[in-house]
Design a protein around this ligand. Structure first.
Ligand SMILES: NC(=O)c1ccc[n+]([C@@H]2O[C@H](COP(=O)([O-])OP(=O)(O)OC[C@H]3O[C@@H](n4cnc5c(N)ncnc54)[C@H](O)[C@@H]3O)[C@@H](O)[C@H]2O)c1
Length: 360
């Protein structure tokens, strides 16, 4: 660094969470200083202590992004040129009954940050938002004659009668430059609001904004105590205890499970100067059914075969898959970890910390 050049500072909201910890070492290597602002939400951080996985180079400020005083304190001493905005309430199902909490953190938390930038006359060069596949809802489906339709949310009547799919339609993978955003959960709506707010603001101030819509992220480091997220770790805990994994609906709903190190690489890439104006889906580009996921995990632990319960969760979409062409072409990003390898790594990590596993 030359003597006259100001230090490069990266601010990471929600930086002590699963993804925040996973990007911390690499950001520490790329920036002169990394500051994580995180409330250490008790649903995610059971002990309330600084996570061991958060790289030692990162300064952690325990504070709430929804509070004005947080931002005034942080910006009084730090002038970030890059912001990675991860802080969020993330429970899809939970957001139906705790809508206000999700809106407060995800929407107002974002606008508090932007107003604080104005108060402190700070215009960062770049903002990276971790958005979600939840912004698509059920996404686009194709009819037998090739027509594209957006069937919207599955009705209560459909779900209670066990009609899981939209009859005569086939689900298409999400693509950020094609698929319309039609969230079916409050969580998804708040993630879309984050996108819109940041797009308007960044456009007005000439700030580079990169938005990554993440599919289901899993891997070592994910919270083992948060009951509202983390189907892979939940299944692993059940199978490890010798139980048959229960499958909601008919077990055939599909998801794209993307490994944490691949997601971390995409987010770190999005903080770099040569990537700007990216709106991309981050997944493996392949999906598997929840039954297939459960069978892989059951076989790792020698657990009994998974069983269908027919239960369902309001707000859940039937299928979620994506194309990763945009991330590949615009950021030269490709996932490196296949799902079998990734699940094995997660199971090994879970096996190493039996004392952290909550009772089932
Ligand atoms: N993990 C996934 O599968 C996934 C998928 C799609 C999108 N995302 C997005 O990625 C981001 C990070 O997700 P994650 O998996 O690391 O979740 P996480 O829950 O592990 O991390 C979120 C962090 O935000 C913090 N936080 C919550 N409320 C806060 C507040 N009011 N003030 C300050 N900090 C607060 C929490 O303490 C936590 O450390 C979120 O924006 C989420 O919407 C995650």
């Amino acid at each position: 660094m030359s003597a006259s050049k100001p230090p490069s500072v990266c601010l990471v909201t929600g930086g002590a969470g699963f993804i925040g910890c996973a990007i911390s070492a690499e950001l520490g290597a790329r920036f002169d200083h990394v500051v994580a602002v995180d409330s250490l939400h008790p649903q995610v951080h059971k002990s309330g202590a600084r996570p061991v996985a958060l790289h030692s180079s990162v300064e952690l400020i325990k504070a709430d992004v929804t509070e004005v005083s947080t931002w005034d304190n942080v910006l009084a001493t730090h002038r970030p040129n890059v912001v990675v905005h991860l802080a969020a309430e993330t429970g899809t199902g939970q957001s139906l009954t705790e809508a206000n909490r999700h809106a407060l953190v995800n929407v107002v938390g974002t606008t508090q940050m932007l107003d604080a930038f104005a108060r402190h006359q700070l215009i960062p060069q770049r903002i990276v938002l971790s958005s979600s596949r939840a912004v698509y809802g059920e996404g686009a489906w194709e009819s037998e004659t090739g027509g594209i339709t957006y069937p919207g949310q599955r009705s209560a009547a459909m779900l209670s009668s066990g009609t899981w799919d939209f009859p005569g339609l086939t689900s298409l993978p999400f693509s950020a430059n094609k698929t319309e955003t039609r969230p079916t959960s409050v969580y998804g709506s708040t993630k879309l609001a984050q996108e819109h707010i940041l797009e308007s603001w960044a456009q007005s101030f000439g700030v580079s904004l990169n938005i990554l819509r993440l599919q289901n992220v899993y891997g070592p480091g994910q919270s083992l105590t948060n009951p509202y997220t983390g189907i892979v770790s939940l299944f692993a805990r059940l199978a490890k205890a010798g139980k048959s994994i229960p499958l909601y609906e008919d077990g055939e709903m599909r998801r794209d499970f993307v490994f944490i190190t691949d997601v971390a690489a995409a987010i770190v890439a999005a903080t770099q100067e040569h990537h700007t104006g990216v709106l991309a889906d981050i997944g493996t580009g392949e999906s598997l059914s929840i039954r297939e996921l459960a069978e892989i995990i059951a076989s790792i632990y020698g657990a009994p075969a998974p069983h269908v319960t027919g239960q369902y969760r309001n707000g859940d979409v039937r299928h979620a898959a994506c194309t990763i062409d945009i991330a590949r072409s615009q950021m030269n990003w490709m996932p490196q970890v296949d799902v079998h390898t990734g699940i094995q790594k997660l199971c090994t990590w879970i096996d190493e910390r039996p004392e952290e596993l909550p009772a089932l």
